[in-house]
Design a protein around this ligand. Structure first.
Ligand SMILES: Nc1nc2c(c(=O)[nH]1)N[C@H]1C(S)=C(S)[C@@H](COP(=O)(O)OP(=O)(O)OC[C@H]3O[C@@H](n4cnc5c(=O)[nH]c(N)nc54)[C@H](O)[C@@H]3O)O[C@H]1N2
Ligand SMILES: Nc1nc2c(c(=O)[nH]1)N[C@H]1C(S)=C(S)[C@@H](COP(=O)(O)OP(=O)(O)OC[C@H]3O[C@@H](n4cnc5c(=O)[nH]c(N)nc54)[C@H](O)[C@@H]3O)O[C@H]1N2
Ligand code: SF4
Ligand SMILES: [Mo]
Length: 710
């Protein structure tokens, strides 16, 4: 069959919705390629393999019910009606036996579709968790935000200046200098920042990358500053020490707008560069120079998850944001800038959480739960296995692969096995699906009709191909399940009705959006900087920041209220060369895990032959001076050992990683993966109790290990 017309549309492999050109062979999608000028052309390989992913023989073909024991993976095909009815009965039984709050729902990296976010919103800062169980009386909604993004996007900024990181953008176009700190925008989805950084570089803008790895971004655009994982807070405080010593901070801003400056000045006295060098492995002279360079005007900042996974992750991120503010680079041209607020034409479907028992996790990570109006998923095994603080007996998993994503997979396996009711909604078979009572097959976003929002921009998502097999839109699966449970009226029951609901206040916008493949930009208000001076930051329109003191809070009232240290206190990684001097004798290397791969998306796509070709085995990165004494050569099979166990990987010997640090790939351990990946679940090496006490995030990136030739 001949290849025909090119349609313009949105990629539907991951939720980012990059604009692409699609070619078809009959009813089948044949190939996608980036729209002209689109950053996808630079890096993303997953979209390019869309055809292989959509038509993979591994796609779940139809709803299924379990006929074997939990974990055996024996299923029988059932109809959609039967799947809904059986699931509703299982949920009702859990509620009858153990109460409504014993039902829980978890949404992972496959749950980011816009209609899910808007119609199932819980109304907190986390957009991913779902209100699906609120009408039934359960507050227990969870998402992968319990270990991704929330520390830097929500907790650190909200506790410091009252709004989330969504309100901020790095003003690259006007920057003289860009700092990329704990982020690799080459793996962003979509990689739009990378494109802008490369363009800025071409204009002569200086780019500095602070990362234990010399990333693609560092290689292509910047000066690389390597540091020991988990020590970014000490580096920022060391820089602040130099700043205070030399007095090059923005005094006018500090005097008028900062709360806690004097305590901070006292605290940073303890971080002279010579001390910080021992902590961070960054040379003292370098720290001095970095402080002076970065404090110059027109310096923007890009940070992301690389900073979150250490014991003082939230405080480290705060220390960096504080440095930016003191340098006069907050909300000034070329710096880190607050967006002007837009009124979105898309409406969310607010359903209030039930009153009654607080969500699981509220006793241990209360600030997280309050800000996000959700529970904290790290605490769910305790609720399932020990009934503490109360039992969870049923779980719905939508687009998540818990056993590969969370620390202590063995404990999770036992937890999943112990449930009375487990429903899994996914495109592919996951570990959890093997234990599920009912499995629901989900579509890719090429198979649905919806929309996608970006800051200041919306696009229509047109169905490009018919659903594969009996797969259905996640949105319709949840709406259908609600109907079977008797509360379908909370959620529009078709894609058209969903669109009508979301755009009820602006139907003309919907029609216009449908008619253009480029999407529609919202009228952008004129840009004003230093919004705190004019009342553009606070809801009440008064000058100041949206914090209790109305100031930028170095000493955070919110953190204090929830029992945390109000200052950005640096804490050594509790498992590290300084934090655990005994352990380091047996495990002398610092372990960081999970830097993103271009060919995979967390546990996904490791069953797609075209993508596996790009990297067929799970790797660790090891410096030649660490590999040599261990007799390890490039490509060798190795064992990575922590005090929790050992996992096989393949060595990539490279000077792109700091000496003394090991990076191990994340994503292995899924049931459809080739053997080498299946055996390499990195989270057998991580620790579910070693957390940042504020965010509750596990310490994924500052542990200790040893590597042995396998
Ligand atoms: N050690 C270590 N562990 C980590 C990390 C790390 O850096 N180091 N990173 C953490 C991070 S940042 C995250 S976000 C988590 C990721 O954890 P998860 O959210 O579990 O992410 P994935 O492995 O991507 O699994 C997503 C699942 O959703 C399915 N899926 C994809 N699209 C859709 C869809 O549209 N609908 C449905 N129903 N299903 C879909 C996929 O098939 C896959 O099974 O892992 C965390 N775990
Ligand atoms: N291709 C692809 N794209 C993805 C994903 C994927 O799996 N594949 N995952 C998606 C997900 S779930 C997320 S959350 C985003 C995350 O997007 P990013 O946060 O940009 O993730 P990474 O690309 O891993 O970049 C994090 C960087 O932090 C560095 N790092 C690790 N530890 C430290 C540290 O202690 N200090 C500093 N300064 N740096 C450190 C790592 O070496 C890495 O270069 O990416 C998304 N995009
Ligand atoms: S980043 Fe995601 S949406 Fe964009 S092309 Fe890649 S897979 Fe598709
Ligand atoms: Mo993530």
């Amino acid at each position: 069959m001949v290849e025909k017309t090119i349609k313009k549309g949105l990629c539907g492999i991951c939720p980012s919705g990059c604009g692409v050109e699609i070619s078809m062979k009959g009813e089948r999608l044949h190939r996608i390629k980036p729209m002209e000028g689109h950053p996808l052309g630079i890096v993303c390989r997953r979209g390019i393999h869309a055809e292989e992913i959509i038509y993979s023989p591994d796609r779940l073909p139809s709803p299924m019910k379990r006929i074997g024991n939990r974990g055996e993976g024996k299923f029988e095909k059932i109809s959609w009606e039967e799947a809904f009815e059986r699931s509703a009965n299982l949920i009702k039984k859990v509620i009858e036996k153990s109460g409504p709050e014993a039902m829980a729902i978890y949404s992972g990296r496959g749950g980011f579709e816009e209609s899910l976010i808007d119609i199932f919103t819980v109304g907190g800062h986390d957009h991913i968790c779902l209100n699906f169980l609120f009408p039934l009386g359960s507050p227990n909604t969870f998402s992968c935000s319990s270990l991704c993004n929330n520390a830097h996007r929500v907790i650190a900024p909200v506790s410091t200046f009252g709004v989330s990181y969504d309100r901020l953008f790095p003003d690259f176009e006007k920057s003289d200098q860009i700092v990329v700190w704990g982020s690799n925008p080459a793996t962003d989805s979509p990689p739009i920042h990378l494109k802008k950084i490369l363009e800025a570089k071409a204009r002569g803008t200086k780019v500095v990358v602070i990362d234990p790895l010399k990333t693609y971004t560092a290689e292509k655009s910047g000066e690389w500053i390597g540091l020991r994982p988990g020590t970014d807070g000490a580096l920022a405080l060391g820089m602040a020490h130099v700043m205070m010593e030399k007095g090059f901070y923005d005094e006018a801003f500090a005097n008028d707008w900062i709360h806690g400056l004097e305590e901070f000045k006292d605290y940073v006295k303890g971080f002279p560069p010579e001390v910080v060098e021992k902590i961070t492995w960054v040379k003292a002279e370098k720290i001095r120079k970095l402080a002076e360079d970065i404090a110059k005007p027109k310096t923007s900042l890009l940070l992301h998850t690389g900073l979150e996974y250490t014991n003082s992750g939230v405080q480290n991120i705060r220390a960096i944001l504080i440095f930016w503010a003191l340098a006069g680079n907050l909300d000034r041209p070329g710096g880190l800038v607050f967006r002007m607020s837009h009124r979105s034409p898309a409406r969310r479907n607010r359903i209030e959480p039930p009153r009654g028992k607080p969500a699981i996790g509220s006793d241990r990570h209360r600030l997280y739960c309050v800000l996000n109006r959700s529970g904290h998923f790290m605490e769910v095994p305790r609720a399932i296995l020990k009934g503490e603080p109360y039992p969870v007996r049923g779980l719905i998993v939508l687009g998540g692969s818990i056993i590969t994503a969370f620390p202590n997979p063995e404990e999770w396996r036992r937890s999943i096995e112990a449930l009375d009711c487990l429903l899994v909604i996914d495109r592919f078979l996951t570990n959890e699906a093997l234990y599920a009572d009912i499995v629901f097959p989900a579509t890719t976003m090429f198979e649905i009709t919806s929309y996608k929002r970006y800051p200041g921009h919306l696009s229509f998502r047109e169905r490009v191909v018919p659903p594969v097999g009996e797969a259905r839109n996640d949105y319709l699966i949840l709406a259908g399940l609600a109907k079977a449970l008797g509360y379908g009226d909370h959620y529009p029951q078709s894609e058209e009705a969903m669109l009508e609901f979301v755009f009820q206040e602006s139907p003309e916008f919907l029609e216009k959006m449908k008619s253009t493949s480029e999407g529609l930009s919202l009228p952008s208000p004129p840009m004003f900087y230093e919004k705190y001076k004019t009342g553009l930051l606070r809801k009440d329109g008064h000058p100041g920041f949206e914090t209790p003191s109305k100031k930028f809070e170095i000493a955070s009232n919110l953190l204090k209220k929830y029992g945390h240290d109000p200052l950005p206190i640096y804490q050594e990684p509790s498992e590290g060369p300084i934090g655990s001097p005994d352990l380091v004798k047996e495990f002398p290397l610092v372990l960081t895990t999970g830097t993103r791969l271009q060919s995979a998306f967390r546990s996904q796509h490791l069953n797609i032959p075209g993508l596996l070709k790009l990297q067929d085995k799970p790797n660790i990165l090891i410096h030649p001076e660490d590999a040599d004494p261990r007799g390890i050569q490039n490509g060798d099979k190795v064992w990575v050992k922590t005090k929790r166990g050992k996992v096989p990987f393949y060595a990539k010997v490279t000077r792109r990683i700091m000496k003394g640090v090991i990076e191990a790939n994340m994503g292995g351990g899924g049931p459809l993966q080739p053997q080498s990946w299946r055996e390499a679940n990195v989270n057998e090496l991580t620790d579910s109790e070693n957390r940042d006490s504020i965010s509750g995030f596990p310490v994924f990136k500052a542990l200790l290990c040893e590597v042995e030739k396998g």
